[in-house]
Design a protein around this ligand. Structure first.
Ligand code: FES
Length: 117
């Protein structure tokens, strides 16, 4: 019996020039949770889209200021670089995803457990 292995998947988020600095968007992969993608100083960051306090989209409804995204429902703030919850009412960090840009396209790298074989 082998241990579950991690499989890297990548999700095409957008064309790099689709997202301006200071903007964010929500990506809905074929499977798994929705992902918020942000652009700050030309770099792309990605976290879980759903606020960890209640259900509210950060990619579509959040306000991005520097590296902080504010949930506009109850004003929790998160650091988009590592997902840290910066203030109440959120106390749980957002899942963070690595990103990569290839040939002008932005990809989010996700990992899924492949399960036991
Ligand atoms: S739903 Fe985001 S702070 Fe309440």
């Amino acid at each position: 019996m082998s241990e579950p292995s991690a499989v890297s998947d990548r999700v095409l988020a957008c064309e790099a020039d689709e997202l301006a600095d200071g903007e964010s968007m929500t990506v809905e992969p074929d499977s798994g949770e929705a992902i918020a993608v942000y652009r700050v100083d030309g770099q792309f960051y990605a976290t879980a889209d759903m606020c960890t306090h209640e259900e509210w989209s950060l990619g579509e409804e959040g306000e991005l200021c520097g590296f902080e995204v504010t949930c506009t429902l109850h004003n929790a703030k998160f650091d988009i670089r590592d997902g840290t919850a910066l203030c109440f009412p959120a106390t749980v960090a957002l899942r963070r995803y690595p990103t990569t840009v290839e040939a002008g396209k932005v990809y989010v790298l996700t990992e899924e457990s492949a399960g036991e074989s």
